[in-house]
Design a protein around this ligand. Structure first.
Ligand code: HEC
Length: 140
């Protein structure tokens, strides 16, 4: 349908530009809701909720040492990624971001998930909670 002679008002133009700007940022222009994608898509029916207590690096250190360090240490850092210290681990961590490489790779379906020993799902969930829910704190 052609609206001949119908000029958009200044307000409409402004709104249109605002939507374009939002679209350029990859955001919906419908509303300003924060992202709701912090659930864990990799664990079907699994732990998506916060653990109820803060998860810190110190809670993960033993699992990292046991399951990851033999490939990811300072002398042999597979994928150029060392897990020998907190600062090294943080290279692949963006606090509160589920797209962090460490999160993606360690969840079910991720390329490193197979290396978890014991309760892999629980360990994956701990990593998810540490990074995405609690923002990767060093200690309790
Ligand atoms: C048997 C060796 C081995 C073990 C064990 C291992 N990894 Fe890896 N990892 C690799 C290799 C090789 C790569 C690089 C290729 C790739 O990304 O698949 C890699 C890549 C990665 C990356 C991406 C690095 C980057 O920035 O590109 C992360 C994160 C990672 N591993 C985390 C882990 C975690 C966490 C564990 C323990 C659960 C683990 N890995 C166990 C061999 C291993």
């Amino acid at each position: 349908m052609i609206h001949r002679g119908l000029r958009p008002s200044a307000l409409h133009r402004t709104l249109a530009y605002a939507c374009l700007a939002y679209a350029a940022l990859g955001l919906a222009c419908v509303n300003g809701q924060p992202g709701t994608d912090t659930s864990n898509p990799g664990v079907p029916g699994g732990p998506t909720a916060p653990t109820g207590h803060t998860v810190a690096y110190t809670d993960l250190q033993a699992a990292f040492t046991n399951d990851c360090l033999y490939c990811h240490n300072d002398f042999h850092a597979a994928g150029n990624y060392s897990m020998g210290s907190l600062s090294a681990v943080l290279k692949d961590v963006r606090p509160f971001d589920a797209a962090s490489v460490l999160v993606v790779d360690t969840q079910p379906g991720g390329s490193m998930y197979r290396y978890w020993t014991g309760d892999a799902q629980a360990k994956a969930a701990l990593v998810f909670n540490w990074v995405v829910i609690y923002g990767a704190p060093p200690s309790q």
